[in-house]
Design a binder for this molecule. Structure first.
Ligand SMILES: NC(=O)C1=CN([C@@H]2O[C@H](COP(=O)(O)OP(=O)(O)OC[C@H]3O[C@@H](n4cnc5c(N)ncnc54)[C@H](O)[C@@H]3O)[C@@H](O)[C@H]2O)C=CC1
Ligand SMILES: O=C(O)[C@H]1O[C@H](OP(=O)(O)OP(=O)(O)OC[C@H]2O[C@@H](n3ccc(=O)[nH]c3=O)[C@H](O)[C@@H]2O)[C@H](O)[C@@H](O)[C@@H]1O
Length: 427
C-alpha cells in the first residue's frame, strides 16, 4: 500500500519507518525543507535511539521517500497519516491549525478515494472537523474516510514502543476504512480496538491523563513522605507490586514534562469545561505538577542557607527525560529559570541536548560542569549520570551538596563519600 505521512517529527518518522518494516512504500511530507533534506540523506533532525539506523536502511532501499510537494504526495498515496503537531493554545486547548492546514490541502488535491488517518493527538470531535475541512476545499465529490488512530509511543523508546504496542486503537464508522486499517496493522499481535472516532480520540487523552495522574499522585505523596521521613521509593514498590496498581509511572521526581502530558492534560480539562463536565481530578494533577519544581527548589534553597545569590549551581540534564534531546516543558528548564531568578550562576550539562548559543552556560563534560559548584542538581535520569565517579567529582566542587531530582543515586553511598544529599523523599 502507498502510505503518506504528513509531518516528519517523532511520531511521523517513527510511524513511517514502522510501515516500511511491514513492507509498504512510504512517503514523508514536511513543510520544513531542512528536515526533508536531512531525512533524504538518512539524517534525523532529533535524537531517538535506533531510529537513524532504520532510516538509513529504508532510505537506501527507497522504501521511504521524502518530499515537500503536497499536491504530488496527496495524489500518489491512498492512505494519509496526519502526524503534525497539536500544541497548546493560550487557553489550554489543542491548537488544530496544523491539522486543519493538512486537511484543507488534502481537500484541494484529492483525486481518488483516500483514507485520512489522524495520528496526531486531537480532541474529541476532530474527525468530524477534518471531514468538514476536506469537504470545504473539495471541488468534486470524491469519497474519503477519516479515521482516528492515536499513537502511544514514548520518546526515548519510540521505535520499540511502535513495534510492540500494547494495543492499537482504530476509530471509524466506515467498513472500507476499517478493512484497510486492519490490513495495515495485520502483522501486529496486540489487541486491536475498533470503535467510533470520538471514543478513539478520548482513549488517547484518557491514557495520557491517567499516567500523568499516577505521577502527580506519587509526587504529592512524596511530599508527605518527605515530612514524615518515609522513603517514597519503598512506597512506590510496595503499592506497585499490587497488580491492580502496577509499578510503572510511580517514580517520584521533579514533575512530568515533555511535549505531551502537560498539553494533553490541559486539553482534556478544556474539553471537559467546554462541555460543562469539569474534571476536577485532572485540575489537581496539574496543580501538583506545577508545585513540584517549586517544592524541590525550596528544599535546595533551604539546604544552601536560604539564599542562592551568586551560588554556582551545576545542573546535570536538560531534556525532559532520558534518551531524548527534547526539552519541551522540561522540568529541568523550569528549575533553571527559577535558579536564575534567584540570582544563582547556572552551569549545565546534557549528553544530547545542545541549547541555542547564549541561552545558557553549557559545558561539554560533567567534570567541567561541576568544577567550582556550590551544589550539583541531577535533573534528568540519563544512564550517563547513574554511575558517575563521585569520589573524583567531589574533589572538583566547592561545596559537596548533591540534589537528586530523580532519586537516581544511592543516598547511603554518596553520603558515605561526604556529600550532603537531598532527593525527593529518598530517605
Ligand atoms: N512526541 C511524542 O512522543 C508523541 C506525540 N504524539 C502526538 O503526535 C503529534 C505530533 O507530535 P511530534 O511528532 O512530537 O511533533 P513534531 O513537532 O516533532 O513534528 C511535527 C512535524 O509536522 C510538520 N508540519 C507541520 N505542519 C505541516 C503541514 N501542513 N504539512 C507537512 N508537515 C507539517 C512540522 O514541520 C514538524 O516536522 C502531536 O499531536 C503529538 O501530541 C502522540 C504520541 C507520542
Ligand atoms: O502522547 C505522547 O506524546 C506520549 O506521552 C508519554 O510519553 P513521553 O512524554 O515521551 O514520556 P514518558 O515516559 O511518558 O514521560 C513523561 C514525563 O513523565 C515523567 N515521569 C515518568 C514516569 C514516572 O514514573 N515519573 C515521572 O516523573 C518523565 O520524566 C517525563 O518528564 C506517554 O508515555 C506515551 O504513551 C504517549 O504516547
Amino acid at each position: 500500500m502507498n502510505i503518506l505521512i504528513v509531518g516528519t517529527g517523532y511520531v511521523g518518522t517513527t510511524t513511517g519507518l514502522l510501515f516500511c518494516e511491514m513492507g509498504h512504500q512510504v512517503t514523508g511530507l514536511d513543510l520544513d525543507d531542512s528536515k526533508i533534506q536531512g531525512l533524504k540523506a538518512g539524517k534525523l533532525h532529533f535524537y531517538e535511539p535506533g531510529l537513524e539506523e532504520l532510516l538509513i536502511k529504508h532510505v537506501a532501499a527507497k522504501n521511504f521517500m521524502f518530499t515537500k510537494n503536497t499536491k504530488k504526495a496527496v495524489r500518489e498515496n491512498d492512505v494519509i497519516f496526519i502526524c503534525v503537531g497539536t500544541p497548546q493554545d493560550a487557553d489550554g486547548s489543542a491548537d488544530l491549525s496544523y491539522v486543519k492546514n493538512v486537511a484543507e490541502s488534502i481537500g484541494k488535491y484529492i483525486n481518488n478515494y483516500k483514507v485520512i488517518v489522524t495520528k496526531s493527538t486531537v480532541p474529541v470531535g476532530t474527525a468530524t472537523l477534518v471531514t468538514e475541512w476536506v469537504k470545504k476545499k473539495q471541488k468534486g465529490q470524491i469519497p474519503f474516510d477519516v479515521v482516528s488512530n492515536p499513537e502511544f509511543l514514548r520518546e526515548g523508546s519510540a521505535l520499540q514502543d511502535a513495534l510492540n504496542p500494547d494495543r492499537i486503537v482504530i476509530g471509524t464508522t466506515s467498513e472500507t476504512a476499517r478493512t484497510i486499517m486492519k490490513e495495515l496493522y495485520n502483522d501486529f499481535h496486540c489487541p486491536i480496538i475498533v470503535t467510533n472516532p470520538k471514543a478513539s480520540e478520548m482513549i488517547k487523552y484518557a491514557a495520557n491523563s491517567f499516567l500523568a495522574m499516577k505521577i502527580s499522585y506519587i509526587n504529592e505523596l512524596a511530599k508527605m513522605c518527605d515530612y514524615l521521613e518515609i522513603n517514597i521509593n519503598d512506597v512506590s514498590m510496595g503499592i506497585g507490586l499490587d497488580q491492580r496498581i502496577g509499578p510503572q509511572f510511580l517514580r517520584a521526581g521533579m514533575g512530568y514534562g515533555g511535549s505531551c502530558f502537560p498539553k494533553d492534560v490541559n486539553a482534556l480539562i478544556q474539553t471537559a469545561k467546554e462541555n460543562g463536565q469539569p474534571l476536577t481530578i485532572l485540575e489537581s494533577v496539574v496543580k501538583v505538577n506545577e508545585a513540584q519544581p517549586v517544592y524541590f527548589i525550596e528544599k535546595i534553597k533551604q539546604a544552601l542557607g536560604g539564599d542562592l545569590t551568586n551560588k554556582t549551581i551545576a545542573v546535570l540534564g536538560l531534556s525532559f527525560k532520558a534518551n531524548t534531546d527534547d526539552t519541551r516543558e522540561s522540568p529541568s528548564l523550569i528549575l533553571i529559570d527559577r535558579l536564575v531568578a534567584e540570582q544563582a550562576q547556572v552551569k549545565a550539562h546534557d549528553p544530547k541536548v545542545k541549547m541555542a548559543e547564549g541561552a545558557l552556560v553549557q559545558l561539554q563534560t560533567v567534570e567541567e560542569t561541576v568544577t567550582g559548584a556550590d551544589a550539583v542538581i541531577l535533573c534528568t535520569d540519563w544512564d550517563d549520570y547513574k554511575n558517575l565517579d563521585w569520589v573524583s567529582l567531589k574533589s572538583l566542587v566547592t561545596q559537596p551538596y548533591l540534589f537528586d531530582g530523580r532519586n537516581m543515586l544511592d543516598k547511603g553511598a554518596v553520603e558515605g563519600l561526604g556529600f550532603h544529599y537531598v532527593g525527593i523523599a529518598n530517605h
